[in-house]
Design a protein around this ligand. Structure first.
Ligand SMILES: NCc1[nH]cc(CCC(=O)O)c1CC(=O)O
Length: 359
């Protein structure tokens, strides 16, 4: 990568400072998420000059197809990475869920922030206010384009029907409210909360109803791998438990060779120095399911050491998370994927992929 057009400002007294630029998609959720990271950085480093640069990505432009059909998981991330590569931005904030499990060479996740609720939520058409999925009339249509959500919910609620719904959160909520096409839609609780729409959540889906997507509810900060200053700066944002859970989840998906176009779901927990990972793969109708749980011991929660000297932040890297714990989390994900593969996960995923492509 070349040294490119970093941005600098003159601060008076001849002092010249680099402006740290945060790249974001233009959707309201992406902006809210990026603003929240900028606010945290501003609080930790009051003297740093931050600027937010918004751009639209291919994923935002193709609105008429289900994401599982377009395939590519990097749809939402590629253009932002191009901007990182050209040094036009220094930091990109993503929903971790949207980040491929293997990043292109030269990029790295500098921080994973404390996870919001990872669960999915039911948002009802206003005419159904007060109901739950159980209580909706037979053949009610539920909007979701996620193969993972549809597979699990079809199994659990066979009396309901499922149809695609696309667009960003604003669009989907508008499609729900303004038309009569859907009785309810399923969305990530985290996104709804960040948008300030928590009051639209009528039901949170627990693990027996619908396990969540790898990385759901967590924000990731992507940076250039060689940019040590920025890496150190953002690493204070790391949340140890979230990091370990997401390392395990992403290792699981990577080893399954999943991606966003397959029905794979997870559930993780950290309790008393033990990390638990439940992972599952489903056929498109949810009838075939492989689901297992494994666990590993991790080091006691070493709450982020405040690396402050004389009131100045001297930086922390992810060293507040023991390397042995990160390795154990990674191994847990790989081991669980290996177990599911030995039971036939590959066949289920291959068939699901083929059927979905043929639809
Ligand atoms: N697929 C798009 C997407 N990516 C991240 C979120 C929600 C926020 C998060 O999971 O962190 C959403 C919307 C949704 O799935 O309802």
């Amino acid at each position: 990568m070349e040294e490119g057009p970093y941005k600098y400002i003159r601060e008076g007294h001849g002092k010249i400072s680099r402006v740290i630029r945060l790249g974001t998609r233009k959707s309201q959720l992406a902006r809210i998420q990026t603003d929240s990271v900028a606010d945290k950085l501003k609080e930790l480093y009051p003297d740093v000059h931050l600027e937010i640069v918004a751009m639209s990505t291919i994923g935002d432009k193709i609105l008429d197809q289900a994401l599982s059909k377009i395939g590519e998981k990097s749809l939402f991330t590629k253009e932002l990475e191009n901007a990182l590569e050209r040094n036009e931005v220094d930091i990109v904030v993503h929903s971790l869920k949207d980040l491929p499990t293997a990043l292109p060479l030269g990029f790295t996740i500098g921080a994973v922030l404390e996870r919001e609720s990872p669960n999915d939520a039911v948002v009802l058409h206003p005419k159904n206010a007060g109901l739950t999925l159980d209580a909706l009339p037979d053949k009610s249509v539920i909007g979701t384009s996620s193969l993972r959500r549809a597979a699990q919910l079809k199994k659990r609620f066979p009396q309901l029907e499922f149809e695609n719904i696309r667009g960003n959160l604003n669009t989907r909520l508008r499609k729900l409210d303004e038309k009569d096409d859907y009785a309810a839609i399923i969305l990530a609780a985290a996104g709804l909360k960040r948008m300030g729409w928590e009051d639209r959540i009528s039901q949170i889906l627990g693990p027996d109803d619908c396990m969540y997507a790898v990385g759901q509810g967590a924000l990731a900060v992507e940076v250039r791998a060689r940019d040590k200053d920025i890496l150190e700066m953002v690493s204070v944002l790391h949340h140890p438990d979230t990091v370990l859970r997401c390392i395990a989840e992403r290792a699981f998906l990577r080893h399954l060779e999943g991606g966003c176009s397959v029905p794979v779901a997870v559930h993780t927990e950290v309790k008393e120095s033990v990390l638990y990972l439940t992972g599952a793969v489903y056929s498109l109708d949810g009838a075939d399911c492989l689901k297992e749980t494994m666990q590993t011991i991790i080091a006691p929660n070493s709450a982020a050491e405040e690396c402050v000297q004389d009131g100045v932040h001297v930086g922390v890297t992810a060293n507040n998370i023991p390397a042995s714990s990160k390795a154990a989390a990674e191994k847990l994900g790989v081991d669980l994927a290996t177990l599911l593969l030995s039971k036939g996960a590959k066949d289920i995923l291959t068939t699901a992929r083929q059927l979905n492509d043929a639809r």
